[in-house]
Design a protein around this ligand. Structure first.
Ligand SMILES: [Zn+2]
Length: 266
């Protein structure tokens, strides 16, 4: 009898322990907003070398699988379409260089300010509309160089207690561009890369953000510098960072505002 009671007490303690562990260690997938039923606008175009249509086909498949409703547009004119912009939760833009009109930019800017999320990668978000500094103010960075063109490099995922980068290991990415950028030193950086002296001796050991999160008005902005070729997202770490960043950015309208301020200079 005593033995049985002891077994029962042990079982109760084990159950309490398991429940408390479950509450403590929340899987990343639960910490990020779900894409199910979200309206995502994918805007693609600009310099053709970045294969915007191939990128959109690849990424829209992930989003569809996650239950998102997708609207595609190969025109920046969509930013002036109030009906579409009003129902959009998240914009994924993949538009390298090119030009944006004043009206188109206002449509985009107003949407993000009032809480539509913005996510994207590489030149499609970080090298669009070079003539528009307000756009760069919104993203938090601008491409300036990719020393050596297509090379192999390492991405270091930072341990910053963030569900976008949580648990992703450092990874190598091959035959693609390592972006050197001018950046806003206040964003929350999630991954970095270190340059070598193989192309430009003076940049040896310089560390550059690869992924960050920030806000523009009420809108969540997520950026990843990987993605010269859509095949870059066949690398698990790259895919995971982009997909999780998209999920995070889709939540601006539904989640409380988060503190992403992470100033380098105090
Ligand atoms: Zn590129």
């Amino acid at each position: 009898m005593i033995k049985n009671n002891f077994k029962i007490i042990l079982l109760i303690f084990a159950t309490i322990f398991m429940i408390s562990c479950k509450n403590e260690i929340k899987p990343t997938s639960e910490k990020l907003p779900s894409l199910k039923g979200k309206n995502i606008l994918m805007v693609y175009g600009g310099w053709d070398g970045h294969q915007p249509a191939v990128f959109v086909t690849k990424v829209s498949k992930w989003l569809e699988l996650a239950g998102a409703k997708i609207t595609l547009s190969d025109s920046l004119g969509v930013y002036t379409n109030k009906k579409i912009m009003d129902k959009t939760d998240l914009i994924i833009q993949y538009w390298t260089m090119g030009e944006i009109t004043k009206e188109q930019f206002l449509g985009l800017e107003n949407a993000i300010k009032r809480g539509v999320g913005l996510a994207g990668c590489h030149g499609g978000l970080g090298d669009s509309f070079r003539q528009n500094p307000e756009y760069q103010y919104m993203i938090g960075g601008q491409w300036v160089e990719h020393p050596g063109g297509k090379i192999d490099y390492t991405v270091n995922v930072l341990d910053v207690n963030d569900p976008i980068s949580d648990g992703i290991k450092d990874f190598e990415i091959k035959d693609t561009e390592q972006y050197y950028m001018h950046i806003d030193p206040n964003t929350k950086v999630l991954a970095t890369t270190k340059f070598t002296d193989s192309i430009h001796s003076w940049i040896k050991d310089r560390v550059m953000p690869v992924a960050w999160k920030t806000y523009y008005g009420n809108g969540r902005v997520f950026y990843l510098s990987i993605g010269h070729d859509p095949k870059d997202f066949d690398t698990d770490g790259a895919k995971e960072l982009l997909f999780r960043g998209i999920r995070w950015a889709s939540g601006s309208r539904y989640e409380p505002k988060e503190n992403t301020l992470s100033a380098v200079y105090e």
